[in-house]
Design a protein around this ligand. Sequence first.
Ligand SMILES: Cc1ncc(COP(=O)(O)O)c(C=O)c1O
Length: 390
Amino acid sequence: MSHVMNTYSRLPVAFVRGEGAWLWDREGKRYLDGLAGIAVNTLGHAHPRFTAALTAQIGKLIHCSNVYQVNEQELLANKLSLLTSMQEVFFCNSGCEANEAAIKLARMYGHKQEIESPAIIVMEKAFHGRTLATLSATGNRKVQAGFEPLVSGFVRVPYNDLEAIRLVAQNNRNVVAVLVEPIQGEGGIRTLDIEYLQQLRKVCDEQNWLLMLDEVQCGIGRTGKWFAYQHSGIMPDVMTLAKGLGSGVPIGACLTAGSAAGTFQPGNHGSTFGGNPLACTAGLATLNIIEHDKLMAHAEVLGRFIREGLIAALQGVNGVKDIRGQGLMIGIELDKPCGELVKMALAKGLLVNVTADSVIRLLPPLVMTQDEAKQLLDILCPLIKEFLQA
Ligand SMILES: Cc1ncc(COP(=O)(O)O)c(C=O)c1O
């Protein structure tokens, strides 16, 4: 009997090693990784230069408290600032912590403007994490049920609906920020229109609201640019990162710019592990390898290859509603719940995921090759057809 707490319904497989886009289980069976630990293993598994960078750092210094200067943290903050033109970075250990930092920051920003009960606009079908504040911001009752009372101070609107935002602006003087994923991951690979994001930026400027983008899943090169918002030419005031930033080493980050910068002062927020030398080395190595190996351009090209392959094989097939996404963040929506497909794919040696009940989600590592992507399509497309015909 396992003593691991029963918080996941786990698939009957345990991996013991990986290489590139491949994983091996305890029995020696090989699997093609179309999920990358849910957008975490940016560089795939056991990347030689990543491993070397981590190994060298472990031999020097793993952790030191944030009461001291942390060299690697400064290097990673500088690098992130260079890639975004944002000003400050707070480091933590996960996506929900990065969003907690953003939520706290928005509240403090509001209080500084003498708004006593600051509120944050959040979206339907959003996912921001499992802590109390972030599950309250999340737009999924399954995540919230049983944990009431929820944290107050969130106003929910439909995704991609500018009129709804304008209506809140007219009626609610407590709003201080909007928190939104440029591409909803858990919500089913749904992308904000570029025009919406540009208009949202304008509304935020007019209303003095912070535009806070959750790029925990869609950031770090996955969509073909460093960050998904960069497809729209706007700048956020706050951006949260985690998942792919450390290629598997836990790290989260909350970045600020413009009027959000300078909100936190010593004593306002903190984290024991946040931004330790090992995690920041992982972040720096990830960004440097993405840059050096031109993995963003690769993500764009490979993403298009996979989407085109899916369209060629599945468009018009009865039961396939939509094939969508950007770069290596891809969703195939069916007209019925399809969780079963995850097990069918596993049996054929392919790792995929299903989210929002009926959306097959692909989040391959950025190092996947075109030949491997072809193998992915060759396994997945017939399986989807088989599933729909059953
Ligand atoms: C967009 C987004 N935000 C936040 C989170 C929470 O991240 P974590 O599980 O690291 O707390 C996730 C996780 O799936 C996510 O997709």
